[in-house]
Design a protein around this ligand. Sequence first.
Ligand code: GDP
Ligand code: MG
Length: 177
Amino acid sequence: YGEEEHSQDYLFKIVLIGDSAVGKSNLLARFARDEFYPNSKSTIGVEFQAQKIFIDGKEIKVQIWDTAGQERFRAVTSAYYRGAVGALVVYDISRRQTYDSIGRWLSELHTHSDMNVITILVGNKSDLHDTREVGIDEGKSLAEAEGMFFMETSALNSSNVSSAFETIVKEIYNILA
Ligand code: GDP
Ligand code: MG
């Protein structure tokens, strides 16, 4: 390697979906910049964040898309989903209602994107032990039923955040590359 141009091997678009305030923007902030916002507002959402991940010595450029809060109005547009090869479908383990919404998010995803989009179910806020409303077993069984990967994460204490993104990117790579 000298100064020669390093060709970009792959570019994957991944979208973050799930109810408002489940921690989508903070998962991305933690993964991309190792930051956390204790009182984040929807305004911190960027359109997408580009990240490089190396798998098998291949440089994989990942575009991770975050909403700017429009999910609150059920107004995520088809442009958001267009071309996505992966999705992190996020709920908050301390709010059952956000887990109950997963089916709706999956049908929206499948309406707007390729059926083969790779999905990981993410139960975020695993640090909130005392106010947990959704068991790990419930996350696992829903993921299994829907053919998704599964992980509980905490954007607050970083638990499993990189793993969740890396798992989905590796899987996309294994299938598409
Ligand atoms: P979004 O609407 O899904 O993008 O959610 P945000 O990322 O804006 O987070 C909503 C709120 O939950 C903010 O007050 C965050 O600080 C908080 N939050 C996000 N992730 C976690 C987490 O892992 N643990 C805890 N305890 N709070 C979190
Ligand atoms: Mg957000």
